[in-house]
Structures are given as structure tokens and as C-alpha cells.
Design a protein around this ligand. Structure first.
Ligand code: ATP
Ligand code: MG
Length: 568
């Protein structure tokens, strides 16, 4: 490809709307253009990268036994009503009506469609396991589309769905996908980690997110430096810290006029926040529940939903709190609550000695409460957010923290969709069973952006060889010089013949300008035809990922380049 013909309109200035590196560099490098909020056009260079990522994904999916199909983008509301998600999915679902006023949506994901497909055509255990996947645009009307390709409203996803006879079969399919994802992101040249993740409000199935480590990542993860434990902080297990030992004293109600916050009560009573018990009320569907954590900790609502499953979970209003406790929120506690109010407490609360909690009476708190003794109908669980400096739940080493970009997720669905849509097969004994499902997604366009977030410097992108838009750029320093131009053209043709993906920068520009664009676009190998070519038949070789320059004789350059590509 001649650069003058390549549709890669590079920009000098960074467009003001771009906040993160990948968005800036992909716009400046002429890879993408915005169409509307969260919707982008992929130009030639980006399309080539996407095709390479897709090829790697396809190879690994096929290797793992997946079969590629293509499901419709437009999905009828009936299926979403059948699964119950039409009303649950909310505003992220792009909904539309046809000319007959029938409801449809644009697929944000394809569990319904594929379960409907499979229930129609698969009826025997002999047809299972079945692993079907597709690569397609997905549509989600995200609340905050941002960061360019990272969080789009139209984006490319590979999604695979597995159908097995039983849980044991699902375990095998899940492991296959986990391994395939590991292979895919390794081949893409990314530094990543699979982490334990949130499986959503209902069902406690296994799920892992594949996180590309990058400061701009929206997710936060913890990982153990000593063992293999790694988790999204949303669900990371907390080891209760030692509350110390002291003789238990008698509970006492004391006056705390006007002291309503943790800080105020802690100051007023001269006790550290660790000694205080924070009581919060939530509305979970149509029930009010009480949740306790130590005063210096934060409740983790995802963990709360695991022990108390509900479709919606919101902090109760001051009015609701007053109704159940009979007092203002600043003085509430777990004592004297009506039996209909379930009480949950974080594990750490259990071992507190001589704690402080609200008295459910304005201007009063209790001191010297012993939760195990005084709150008998409490359910204890891990309900708090992990904090920096905490230790690994498996091996006690201090956990490391990092930010990550979620590029993929693997998920055991179990029978959630097969039950809702009645997808059954007949087993060896002639008995009907529900199929056991898994789903597995990779954000193909997000992977492109994540690669840039991890591979760049102040000059531009540094593509890993495996997914670079082109492997090599040939730069003649002066196209007006016939010897240099001839040399560059010959090299370009020979590289093409050798199967190397190459761009020839044929523009009548200064070498500096061409080098700048080469760095911005990020070709892994730059070959310069300059003075040393004319005098000594030497080609200048520079790799984008380091600063060294070497000179190779024109007769050896093709083999040399092939060697670099192989070893890179
Ligand atoms: P997120 O938590 O980032 O919103 P998600 O968990 O909702 O993502 P999944 O339903 O697991 O996403 O989709 C599978 C993959 O699709 C994700 O791992 C991610 O790589 C990609 N993806 C999801 N939403 C977007 C988006 N808005 N733009 C680009 N890629 C996305
Ligand atoms: Mg996800």
C-alpha cells in the first residue's frame, strides 16, 4: 500500500473531546472517526487491526470446538418477555417498533435468540455439547458512552454460547473458553489477568472477567503476589480484621444530643470509628432490610445482593427509615427493630467488643454492645468493600491493586435461560432435561482500544506485531532522488513478495514528517532508505518498541525482516 493512497487521515492536533490515550491516538492516527455519540466508523487501519484480532478469536474458538453462526441483530420483544428481561434490561436496550407496531430491540446480547434457536433444533443428548458463536455489532444505549471505542453504543463483540447436558459438561465448556480466552489475549500481546467477578443479582454461578492492566481502566482489581487469587474489587473477599480483645462491659444507653454522623459520635464519645456500628437501611424489592458494618467500613451492595437476592436494591429514604425505627436516621441501630426487618451484618461486626450503635431513639446511642450477644437474629456475611492494604483470603499476603479494562467475560448461566424458554433435550434414558448453558463474550473493538492503552509512548501507538495494521513501513528520505526512490520501491516489492504487510511512504515530504506519522500509526518495523543506501547499500532498521537503529545490507534485509517478525 502506498501511503498517499491509504485512507489514514492523520491529525496534528488532538481532538478536544478525547480523554483517554486510545481515543486520542486512534483519532489522530486516522484509525477511527466518530459518527454520533458512542458510534464510530473504523477506517482502513482500524479495520485491519480488527480483522487480525477477529482472526485470532476465530482460530481459538474453532480450536475449542466452537462453530461460527450469525444471529440476527433485530430481536422480537416476545423472546425478551419470555425470559423476563424486556422489563428488567431498562434503558440500555435500544427498542424499536416495526410498521405494524410490533416491538423489537437491537441485540445487546443474544441469550434469548440463541436459546430460541437451539430449543427448536436440538432435542437429543447426542447433539450436546454444542458451542455456537458469532462476531457481530452489539447495541447498548449506554448511560455514558465514552473513551472512544472503549464504551460505545455500537460495538463489536464475539459471543459464544455453550449448551451442555449437565453441570459437569458446563464445567468442561467453561474451562475450554477460559483457556481459549487466555490464548487469545496472549496472542494479542496483552498483559492481562482473569479475575473473579460479579455474577449478577440472581444465581451464584462462576464468572471471570479478563482484565487488561491499564491505568485508564474503569475497573479496579486486586491480585495476590504470592498465589493465583485475583478478583474485581466489587466482589473481592474480605478477611475480617482482628477487633482486639477486652473484657465485655454492660450495655448502656447514653445521651448523644445532635451527634448523628460516625465522625461526630466518634469525637463525642472519644471512641475510634472501628468501635462504631453503622446501621443502614435498604429497600430490596418491596422489603426494608437493615445492614450493619463497622463505622470505618463501606457496605458492598453487590455482596449484599448475593445474600439477599432482589431485583432492585436502593438505600431506604429518610421517611422509610423513620417508619421502621421511629426515629431520625442519625440514631438508628439494630436493637428493638420489628421482627419483619431482616438484619444482616458484616463478619467484622460479629467479633466487636464494647461497640457503639444508635438506640432508635432521638439523641441516644448505646455503648458497650456485644453484637453476638445483643443482636441475636442477625445473619453474618462478608458484606463490605475491600480496602487498600488488606490481605489475600487464600494465603494472607498483602494484595496488590491495579486498574483494568474488561475485554472479556466468561459466565456459567446454568439453566436460567433454558428454564425460562423451555430448552430441553432427551437424555440416554429417554427423560427430558433442561440444557445447561454458559455464555462467553469478548469486546473485539474494546480489545483494539485496550491494546493502545497498554502500548504507546509520547509519539504514538506501539502495535504488538500480531495485530499491527501493517508490519512494516518503508520510508525513502527523499522521493526526488531516483536512486533512493528506486531502492525503496524495490524493497517494497520484495517485501510484498515475501508476504510481509508493508506500507511505502511515497509522499514528497521531509523525512521528519514521515517518521512522525510512522511513530503515530505505530508500525512495528521502520525501514529507511537514505544516505547509507546510496553509498553502502545499507537499509536503516528501527523497531517502534525501542530506540536502537541498525543497518542491514540490502541483500539480507528481507530475511532479516522475516526473522524480526517471527521473533518479535
Ligand atoms: P461493562 O461492565 O464494561 O459495561 P459488561 O460486563 O456489561 O461490560 P458483557 O455483557 O460482559 O459486558 O460483554 C462482553 C464484553 O463486551 C465485555 O467484556 C466488553 O469487552 C465488551 N463490551 C461491553 N460493553 C461494551 C461497550 N459499551 N463498548 C465496547 N465494548 C463493550
Ligand atoms: Mg462483563
Amino acid at each position: 500500500m502506498y501511503f498517499s493512497k491509504l485512507y489514514a487521515p492523520t491529525l496534528r492536533e488532538t481532538p478536544a473531546e478525547a480523554e483517554v490515550v486510545s481515543h486520542k491516538l486512534l483519532l489522530r492516527g486516522g484509525f477511527i472517526r466518530k459518527s454520533s455519540s458512542g458510534v464510530y466508523t473504523y477506517l482502513t487501519l482500524a479495520q485491519r487491526v480488527l480483522q487480525k484480532i477477529s482472526a485470532i478469536v476465530r482460530e481459538e474458538m474453532n480450536k475449542a470446538g466452537g462453530q461460527e453462526i450469525m444471529l440476527p441483530v433485530i430481536q422480537p420483544a416476545e423472546l425478551w418477555l419470555e425470559s423476563g428481561r424486556w422489563h428488567v434490561y431498562g434503558k440500555e436496550l435500544f427498542r424499536l417498533k416495526d410498521r405494524h407496531d410490533r416491538d423489537f430491540c437491537l441485540g445487546p446480547t443474544h441469550e434469548e435468540i440463541i436459546t430460541d434457536l437451539v430449543r427448536g433444533d436440538v432435542y437429543s443428548y447426542r447433539q450436546l455439547p454444542l458451542l455456537l458463536y458469532q462476531m457481530q455489532n452489539k447495541y447498548r444505549d449506554e448511560r455514558r458512552p465514552r473513551f472512544g471505542l472503549m464504551r460505545g453504543r455500537e460495538f463489536i463483540m464475539k459471543d459464544l454460547y455453550s449448551f451442555d447436558k449437565d453441570e459437569a459438561g458446563l464445567d468442561v465448556s467453561y474451562q475450554k473458553m477460559y483457556d481459549a480466552y487466555t490464548a487469545i489475549f496472549t496472542r494479542c500481546g496483552l498483559k492481562f489477568r482473569p479475575v473473579e467477578a460479579d455474577s449478577g443479582a440472581i444465581g451464584g454461578s462462576d464468572t471471570h472477567e479478563f482484565m487488561v492492566i491499564a491505568d485508564s481502566g474503569e475497573a479496579e482489581i486486586v491480585y495476590c503476589p504470592e498465589c493465583d487469587y485475583a478478583a474485581n474489587v466489587e466482589i473481592a473477599l474480605c478477611v475480617p480484621s482482628d477487633n482486639g480483645e477486652e473484657p465485655a462491659k454492660n450495655m448502656e444507653k447514653i445521651s448523644t444530643p445532635g451527634q448523628t454522623t460516625i465522625e461526630q459520635v466518634s469525637q463525642f464519645l472519644q471512641v475510634p470509628a472501628q468501635k462504631l456500628i453503622k446501621t443502614l437501611f435498604y429497600q430490596a424489592d418491596d422489603e426494608i432490610i437493615a445492614v450493619l458494618v463497622r463505622g470505618d467500613r463501606t457496605i458492598n451492595e453487590i455482596k449484599l445482593q448475593r445474600v439477599h437476592p432482589s431485583l432492585t436494591l436502593e438505600m431506604a429514604s429518610a421517611q422509610q427509615i423513620k417508619e421502621v425505627t421511629g426515629c431520625e436516621p442519625g440514631y438508628v441501630g439494630p436493637l428493638k427493630l420489628g421482627k419483619q426487618i431482616k438484619i444482616y451484618a458484616d463478619n467484622e461486626v460479629k467479633t466487636m467488643v464494647n461497640g457503639v450503635c444508635g438506640a432508635n431513639e432521638e439523641n441516644y446511642h448505646y455503648i458497650n454492645v456485644q453484637p453476638e450477644r445483643d443482636f441475636p437474629r442477625t445473619t453474618y456475611a462478608d458484606l463490605r468493600l475491600i480496602e487498600k492494604g488488606e490481605t489475600c483470603p487464600k494465603c494472607q499476603a498483602v494484595l496488590n491493586w491495579a486498574r483494568g479494562i474488561e475485554v472479556g467475560q466468561v459466565f456459567k448461566l446454568g439453566t436460567k435461560y433454558s428454564e425460562a424458554l423451555n430448552a430441553k433435550y432427551v437424555d440416554e434414558n429417554g427423560k427430558d432435561n433442561l440444557m445447561v448453558m454458559g455464555c462467553y463474550g469478548i469486546g473485539v473493538s474494546r480489545t483494539l482500544a485496550a491494546t493502545v492503552e497498554q502500548n504507546y509512548d509520547e509519539h504514538g501507538i506501539i502495535w504488538p506485531m500480531s495485530i499491527a495494521p501493517y508490519q512494516v513501513v518503508v520510508v525513502p528520505v527523499k522521493v526526488q532522488d531516483p536512486e533512493i526512490w528506486q531502492g525503496a520501491q524495490t524493497l517494497y516489492e520484495e517485501l510484498q513478495k515475501a508476504g510481509v504487510e508493508v506500507v511505502l511512504d511515497d509522499r514528497d515530504e521531509r523525512a521528519g514528517v514521515k517518521f512522525k506519522d510512522a511513530d503515530l500509526i505505530g508500525y512495528p518495523i521502520r525501514l529507511t532508505i537514505g544516505k547509507k543506501y546510496a553509498s553502502e547499500e545499507l537499509v536503516e532498521v528501527k523497531l517502534r518498541k525501542d530506540s536502537e537503529i541498525s543497518y542491514i545490507n540490502k541483500n539480507e534485509i528481507i530475511e532479516h525482516v522475516k526473522g524480526i517478525i517471527e521473533k518479535y
